[in-house]
Design a protein around this ligand. Structure first.
Ligand code: 7TS
Length: 416
């Protein structure tokens, strides 16, 4: 969709107006304007999301699904309204396919413990990739250890792209699940998920996509993708921490046993036999995170009101600009140079530890993340212990990238 004017500006996208929606961006850090470039760790929250939280506790607070009184019914309607928003956001078939979880990590653990323990046995295989976050490695290691199954790792090239030929060779009758990141948090690589899914499905293998870093940047349509499971975290999508969603195809979720037992997930309980509730409640034991779920719904409304076509165009421009500017710096090596990339500028400087880069940038009010970004095997693949990572959101500007580049020059000056 054409979203740019003749002068290259994105029609209807006013970054300064958007920045005013985010109270935290107005503040100074160490006497300098905050330059927040740690969005892959967590994104900032617009005022509407903060207001939704305050409003819930000020005017609505009650437990859901179990009260006949007014507030409980209001809280239930708002909570279930958020589920409808997530359903539309991902284009799921219906609300029963949307399970609220604490975040991506819990969503993957749910699938590993419920689908995995039911369907993966001795000698079976689960496929992940070399660029996974620890939360898409460790749950599968735990499962494979318990079941004496084998974890297979799709390798990557030096640009940080999956080797699809190797992936294809791994698929076979022993494969029980493929679990792959949609967009890498450490490299920014956008994986060819349509192809990954089609190849797995040709062997009858279901696919889970870790969408933690995808949903802040790109429209996701689970029906068009035909993925079997999709997980994301609200806090990376301009919503609160402690809430996320797991999408699963209804038939798969129906066949899976509960992950946790307790209130709300049951239809009836006797000491002899418990009957479980319908989807999605079968997977939502206990009082849920009501306030944050409702505010996640507000975050989704906010992002979709800006529009993913505009967000993607603007962020693409920023990423290109940042890549060009950082590439001009001698002794800087970008980690993650895939052709299809989103919003991550990770780098190392010759002979300078990334933590020193982060600490010096902080004195300039610039927030980046340094470390292994919960992807230690990926750091090993690139032969570095850590990287410095600037991660972008649609409220960032070219001026902020200029500030980052100046900060990096300052670091080089100090260490020269
Ligand atoms: N998967 C990916 C791709 C991620 O980037 C993260 C968090 C997770 C899973 C886990 O999400 P959580 O919300 O359950 O913690 N990534 C990062 C990061 O890059 N820096 O801090 C957290």
């Amino acid at each position: 969709m054409a979203v740019t004017n003749s002068n290259g500006a994105i029609r209807g996208f006013d970054v300064q107006a958007i920045r005013r929606d985010f109270p935290i961006l107005q503040q100074q850090v160490h006497g300098k304007p905050l330059v927040y470039l740690d969005n892959a760790a967590t994104s900032q929250k617009p005022k509407v999301v903060i207001d939704a939280l305050v409003n819930y506790y000020t005017a609505v607070n009650a437990n859901v699904h179990r009260g006949v009184h007014y507030l409980s019914q209001e809280a239930t309607a708002d909570y279930e309204g958020a589920r409808t928003r997530v359903k539309k956001f991902l284009n799921a078939v219906d609300e029963s396919e949307i399970v609220f979880v604490r975040g991506t990590t819990e969503g993957i653990n749910l699938v590993a413990q419920s689908f995995g323990r039911t369907n993966v046995g001795e000698g079976d295989e689960v496929i992940i990739s070399a660029m996974e976050h620890h939360s898409n490695i460790v749950p599968w290691q735990i499962l494979c250890e318990e079941k004496k199954a084998r974890l297979r790792i799709v390798p990557i090239n030096d640009d940080g792209e999956l080797l699809m030929d190797e992936y294809e060779k791994m698929l076979g009758p022993k494969t029980k699940l493929v679990s792959i990141v949609h967009v890498s948090n450490s490299l920014g690589t956008i994986n060819s998920v349509e192809q990954i899914i089609a190849m797995a499905h040709s062997h009858g293998v279901p696919v889970l996509l870790d969408g933690a870093q995808a949903v802040p940047h790109t429209k996701v349509d689970v029906q068009a993708l035909d993925c079997d499971f999709y997980v994301f975290s609200g806090h990376k999508l301009f919503g609160p921490t402690g809430i996320g969603a797991l999408y699963g195809k209804r038939a798969l979720l129906e066949a899976m046993p509960p992950y946790q037992g307790g209130g709300d997930m049951i239809r009836s309980v006797t000491f002899e036999k418990t009957l479980y509730n319908d989807l999605p409640y079968k997977f939502e034991a206990g009082t849920p995170n009501i306030a944050d779920t409702i505010a996640l719904g507000t975050a989704i409304d906010y992002v979709t009101s800006i529009g993913y076509d505009k967000i993607a165009s603007y962020e693409h421009e920023l990423l290109q600009y940042g890549t060009e500017r950082l590439s001009e710096i001698k002794d800087l090596r970008l980690i993650g140079t895939a052709k299809e990339k989103a919003s991550i500028l990770a780098f190392v400087l010759d002979g300078i530890h990334p933590h020193d880069i982060g600490t010096i940038l902080d004195t300039e009010g610039i927030a980046i993340r340094t470390g292994h970004h919960c992807t230690q095997p990926l750091m090993d693949r690139f032969g570095v212990p850590a990287t410095a990572r600037a991660s972008l959101a649609f409220y960032n500007t070219k001026e902020e990238i200029d500030a980052l580049v100046e900060g990096v020059q300052e670091v080089l000056g100090i260490f020269s």
